[in-house]
Design a binder for this molecule. Structure first.
Ligand code: COA
Length: 189
């Protein structure tokens, strides 16, 4: 049974590669029309989902399920360039809409950022291309330290109409976003 509309504790979030047994959860993610509004796909039947898992995701160098208690509710992928483009990689992420607004994407991206520059050889720059109207995703990128560089006009055509995309980057040398400090007490003196 899929986990739905559940209040999530961030300590239950983990990232791991997809498994064939994740097919049902992967289909829920890929058939979420709210989540796919700014993405290339609308829906996926079982055969298409299995094919994507086996031929695209398993062979992908860096594609992780965002899990709650080990059940996938989204994904994050990092696509590093090759050769002279190997200094940069593009990050993509989706969280099922039933889980939005709980800090899950922010938490997952912080996990990625904490290790990706040491995991991927030669990586100096992580970039995110986000639709100008996708304010939620822009907010997530900014919360984890990405810098907004500008707008690429009519840059991407996911659903039949070319879209303006905001380009964000995070460099290996950028200062990490500090963890929130808990204020235990505040006694006026
Ligand atoms: C973008 C996405 C991953 C965010 O997931 P999430 O788990 O809800 O994100 P978080 O809860 O960590 O953070 C969301 C932030 O956006 C803010 N937000 C929500 N709606 C917003 C809006 N209309 N305008 C501005 N900010 C908004 C929230 O308030 C929150 O910020 P806060 O913590 O400062 O309050 C999710 O909405 C998603 O999967 N969308 C569809 C796929 C997608 O767009 N992927 C990105 C492509 S680059």
């Amino acid at each position: 049974m899929a986990l739905r509309n559940t209040k999530v504790s961030l300590s239950d979030i983990s990232l791991r590669p997809f498994k064939e047994s994740d097919l049902e959860d992967y289909m829920i993610i890929m058939n979420d029309n709210t989540a796919s509004k700014f993405c290339t796909w609308n829906s996926m039947d079982k055969e298409e989902a299995l094919n994507a898992l086996l031929s695209v995701i398993y062979t992908h160098p860096w594609y992780r399920a965002i899990c709650v208690k080990d059940r996938p509710i989204g994904y994050v992928s990092v696509n590093q360039g090759e050769g002279s483009d190997g200094c940069r990689a593009e990050i993509g992420y989706v969280v099922g809409s039933a889980y939005w607004g709980q800090g899950i994407a922010t938490h997952a991206l912080k996990m990625v950022i904490s290790s990706i520059f040491s995991e991927l050889q030669g990586l100096e720059r992580l970039e995110a291309l986000i639709d100008v109207d996708n304010l939620r995703s822009q907010r997530v990128a900014e919360k984890v330290g990405f810098i907004r560089e500008g707008v690429l006009r009519k840059y991407w055509n996911p659903k039949g109409t070319p879209r303006d995309m905001v380009i964000y980057s995070l460099l290996k040398t950028d200062t990490p976003v500090p963890k929130k400090k808990k204020i235990l007490c505040c006694i006026p003196v």
